[in-house]
Design a protein around this ligand. Structure first.
Ligand code: ADP
Length: 288
């Protein structure tokens, strides 16, 4: 057991060293890595050799069901960096039926966290593959989820900004239960229709369902960990293990709190405004 732990530690250290080497061999200077949302992010290329591009290194935090994936993936397209969701890395590993898949299935389907070692291995590999393809910068979604992960990430590279998405807990559960994925195209949808009257000074919250196109309707599936019991456990685990990560970044002055006011049409422009990216959003919708 001790030997296995030592081996795991060595494997992790090696991956982190590789990530460090990746960072230091990158053409981007330290100052370029810092968040400069007001500079132009032209085109869809994420190559670091384009002097007009600056690669942001952002993290999205937030409870299960809050919409980290939705907003992180939209933003990644806007600022031309990859959206890396550790939940997707875990699901890819599960689907691959590799040596880890049985162990992972048990953990994920109980709503628990995968070990820091395994998740860092998966993330290091994804970052390395990306760098080999010429990627730079990232928006991380679902990582770090423990303070240890945050410390390891901080030892490897500088995070510019951490966006903490927030939403009422009763809505989170409904949203998780409404999630659907098209088994053919992989599209993410949500059949939940939320219309909650505000009370005690809280505003109304209206979130329209995100319905799939006709051709996906018959192919919709639900994630195995999106059952009522497992979502409740994931929320409990988030409060216990991941909320301290918010404090970790708050203390370092990197945390941007963002309370979602409603569905995408209402929240997206406000999020861009909070990130001082509204001009970029307008440019892109004008070009579309
Ligand atoms: N950083 C991480 N650390 C540990 N486990 C993780 C991490 N990211 C993802 N996982 C595992 O993958 C599952 C799915 O993650 P994700 O898709 O991000 O779910 P959620 O909807 O709960 O945010 C998690 O419940 C957990 O088991």
């Amino acid at each position: 057991m001790a030997a296995r732990t030592r081996l795991m530690r060595r494997a992790t250290a090696r991956n982190v060293r590789e990530a460090v080497r990746w960072m230091s061999s990158s053409e981007i200077s330290d100052s370029d890595m810092r968040c400069r949302p007001s500079v132009s992010h032209k085109g869809s290329s994420s190559s670091s050799s384009d002097p007009g591009l600056r690669s942001v290194q952002w993290v999205f935090l937030g409870c299960p069901g809050v919409g980290k994936g939705t907003y992180a993936s939209r933003l990644s397209r806007l600022v031309s960096v990859p959206h890396i969701a550790t939940g997707d890395l875990v699901r890819d590993e599960l689907a691959s039926s590799g040596p880890l898949s049985k162990q992972l299935a048990e953990i994920v389907n109980q709503g628990h966290l995968v070990s820091d070692e395994i998740i860092i291995n998966l993330l290091s590999k994804r970052l390395e593959d990306g760098v080999n393809k010429g990627e730079s910068g990232f928006i991380l979604d679902g990582f770090p989820r423990t303070t240890r992960q945050a410390e390891i990430l901080g030892g490897v590279t500088e995070i510019d900004l951490v966006v903490n998405l927030r939403l009422r807990e009763d809505i989170l559960l409904t949203k998780c239960l409404g999630r659907r994925i098209c088994s053919q195209c992989g599209g993410n949808f949500n059949v939940a229709s939320i219309d909650i009257k505000g009370e005690n000074g809280r505003p109304d919250i209206i979130m329209a369902p995100i319905l799939p196109p006709e051709h996906c309707m018959s192919k919709l599936i639900t994630r195995a960990d999106d059952t009522r019991e497992v979502v409740k456990e994931r929320l409990r685990v988030y409060h216990e293990m991941s909320e301290p990560v918010e404090e970790f970044y708050r203390k370092r002055g990197k945390l941007l709190e963002f309370e979602l006011p409603g569905g995408i049409s209402e929240s997206w422009p406000k999020l861009l405004q909070a990130l001082k990216l509204n001009n970029l959003g307008e440019e892109q919708s004008a070009a579309a």
